[in-house]
Write a protein that binds this ligand. Sequence first.
Ligand SMILES: [Zn+2]
Length: 434
Amino acid sequence: MKLAELGSEPIPSGLDLSEEVLIGTDLCGELPRLASEHAGPKPLWLADPRTWGAFCAADPHRDSGRPEAGPELHLLCEDPHADTERVGQACAIVEGGGFSGIIAVGAGTVNDIAKMASTLSGVPYLVFATAASMNGYASGIAAILVDGLKTTLEARPPRAIVLDSAVLAAAPPQLAAAGLGDLLSKPVSSADWWLGNRLEGSGFDALPGLIVDEAVALAARHARGLPAGEAAAHEALARALVLSGVSMVVAGSSSPASGGEHLLSHLWDMEALISGRNLRLHGAQVGVATCLSAALYHLLIGLESPDFPKTPDWARTSERIRIAHGELADVVLPQAEKKFAGFAQRSSLLREEWPEIRAELATLGIPSADELRAILQAAKAPASLEELGIERDEAFDSLSRARDIRDRYTVLDLAFELGFFPAGIRQVLASSRV
Ligand SMILES: [Zn+2]
């Protein structure tokens, strides 16, 4: 089907969007046609051992025309990261082998590597999803690790996306649960986007939210069907994930789907990588972080007379960041410095207009942490810090410094600029009940 048929909200024309989205069952047989239409006569297949295994199990009769081995199949290592090194390797294979396009078989990591490599090599790609674990399939950005910093890079969306609900339902259940967790951030991410515009005039558009709202609500209503393997639940989730990616293309950035809750998740990833720990699922972290953001919003909306902090100076702030971020300080500091530059202007606006801003925030329809946790629990997704294996002290620490890692204004900054943080962090942890 065409993207326009996925939801009821019209999608603007003239954008670089995927041309075809297939959601349903028995879709492996569609790949030969899709490949010739969207990846040219000599495509490179890209997967990791696990995603390739899931795909081969779904395609026992080789309907997809997949290679068994050989130069047209590039298998990444087990549990690869989407980093500049792996993107570079994929580009070298595409360009060295004269490949006309890429067929990505996988989910978040494989899709990000294929998307970036396809963009840099100037060849198209299509993706066969092996899990409904994240909302990046249709987006125009790739999350790539650059020198240890999770960096959002512009990249061309796939020409076609295939989401086979039988394949998605056969994936480990925590993957779809993570996909739902990633989607649930939408109301708080959008509120952060709105807030950034209110305080910095950085731009906001309601349309991306409208494109995805209905589909996210439907996926949330089907939450219980995900662990049960219900096709309708997996199709509803797949549709919402694709539309969430589209909403980012329409916005021209990840803003409608990535705010302070994503900064928390990215910080946890960056620190896990530095200390050699395994990464948790992105959407699993985002789901719990969204409960924290939502609880924080409600506490701030209730704040009648903020105790505004004194204007900080950069020397002291950069010193704090050096100590707090250790090895990562060098990559974090430029981001934090850009955001710091706008402090005085934001602060004076907050001092003058907080009663109005607070009233406006209250109309944005931010769900409560309890509502969000109930949806996560229905999907059997992690709904507490404990289930993620995050100590409360670590969460306290993350809430105090996740804002530093990206020049994007979020509720985490607002909490400091209203003088609610750091003292209020314990209150957020308590009231979110994660
Ligand atoms: Zn995400």
